[in-house]
Design a protein around this ligand. Sequence first.
Ligand SMILES: *[C@@H]1O[C@H](CO)[C@@H](O)[C@H](O)[C@H]1NC(C)=O
Ligand SMILES: *[C@@H]1O[C@H](CO)[C@@H](O)[C@H](O)[C@H]1NC(C)=O
Ligand SMILES: *[C@@H]1O[C@H](CO)[C@@H](O)[C@H](O)[C@H]1NC(C)=O
Ligand SMILES: *[C@@H]1O[C@H](CO)[C@@H](O)[C@H](O)[C@H]1NC(C)=O
Ligand SMILES: *[C@@H]1O[C@H](CO)[C@@H](O)[C@H](O)[C@H]1NC(C)=O
Length: 346
Amino acid sequence: MNKTDPAVEARRPKGSFFRTKKFLIAIAVVVVIVIALAVGLGVGLTRNREGGDDGKSKYPPLSGPPDIPPYNVSNLWQPAVGTPWQIILKKPIVPVSNGSDITPYETVYDLDMADHSADTFAKLRAAGISIICYFSAGSWENWRSDKDQFPAADLGKVLNGWPNEKWLNVSSPAVRDIMKARIKAAASKGCTAIDPDNVDGYDNDNGLGLTGEEAADYVKFLATEAASYNMSTGLKNAGALIPRVINFVQFSVNEQCIQFAECKNFKPFIDANKPVFNIEYPPSAPNVPANVAADICSHQGKAAYTEGFSTVIKTLDLMGWVQYCDGKTFNTSTVTTFTNSRGASS
Ligand SMILES: *[C@@H]1O[C@H](CO)[C@@H](O)[C@H](O)[C@H]1NC(C)=O
Ligand SMILES: *[C@@H]1O[C@H](CO)[C@@H](O)[C@H](O)[C@H]1NC(C)=O
Ligand SMILES: *[C@@H]1O[C@H](CO)[C@@H](O)[C@H](O)[C@H]1NC(C)=O
Ligand SMILES: *[C@@H]1O[C@H](CO)[C@@H](O)[C@H](O)[C@H]1NC(C)=O
Ligand SMILES: *[C@@H]1O[C@H](CO)[C@@H](O)[C@H](O)[C@H]1NC(C)=O
């Protein structure tokens, strides 16, 4: 995932809404919240994964027919359209006694692969919960335990808004070997599927000349590796790749397509009977006014083409709080003290 950059917001095309007082107030609220988070947490916005994509895609969809996987995808976990889900990346969830005591219960969980133990995953799996394991496949993160294995030549520019991460050369055999090892680790931890993030470097100032074609090849590589362990794969954002990779992936994980009015790009997943796990980050979260939630859940206006989407409303820090379109909210328990693999605790 990338980041919400108020400067990017400010560069958006000036429709009527963007000239209103409401818009200026919204910008001011975002700025205040960002500053409050940065100051209040005392850690900046960089230590752990947080939500926010870079903005509307600038890259045109790849052309050509969808590629056909060289293996039988019908054996893989294929969640149904509309499957409810929860995503928590900031901290590990509290280890559960038997899995079924987690709230919300009957959902899919998207969790950081490295931050959880196989034991926690085993308890969730025993309770019938499917686990999507998050890792960054397209960025180098300076706190991961395997960070020193990446050749310096494979690191590109720093991610906009994420000073502890750099874009990766996704064509590099060395990078791919490291990702193979991560996927193997995901399998041995009991992940049902993988959520490889930051495969949209081609749509960002990456310093490596990354192209959409390279990214599509990379997604197919990741999905093929995962499938060799009977794990499914999601396409994270990267709408331009859909025409080429949709047969390789079993779901979409999307950030802010409603905010950016680009959900139409992800509708091909619904048409292929594959869910779109969509996250929206209204600045008011976790106190979302009813009209804001109603707009997000309306399937109209900016939310056009979202019929069947599995939408969650989250705060940018991707903690345990979540709101669904049926109005229900939950606050999944996370550990209070967390020492991540970089050694910093919060
Ligand atoms: C793929 O697997 C499914 C389920 O096991 C099976 O029914 C189908 O015949 C397989 N297809 C091919 C082409 O092997
Ligand atoms: C592969 O995963 C699917 C879905 O989780 C499961 O039904 C199937 O039993 C698994 N196959 C093997 C060989 O483990
Ligand atoms: C699992 O834990 C919950 C909450 O502690 C409890 O209500 C339930 O009975 C437990 N289920 C089993 C199978 O132990
Ligand atoms: C990325 O890796 C590929 C494969 O090793 C190589 O051909 C290409 O030159 C690399 N790109 C950059 C910008 O270093
Ligand atoms: C969620 O619960 C945690 C404690 O587990 C609490 O610190 C946090 O404020 C709660 N979040 C919301 C939005 O209620």
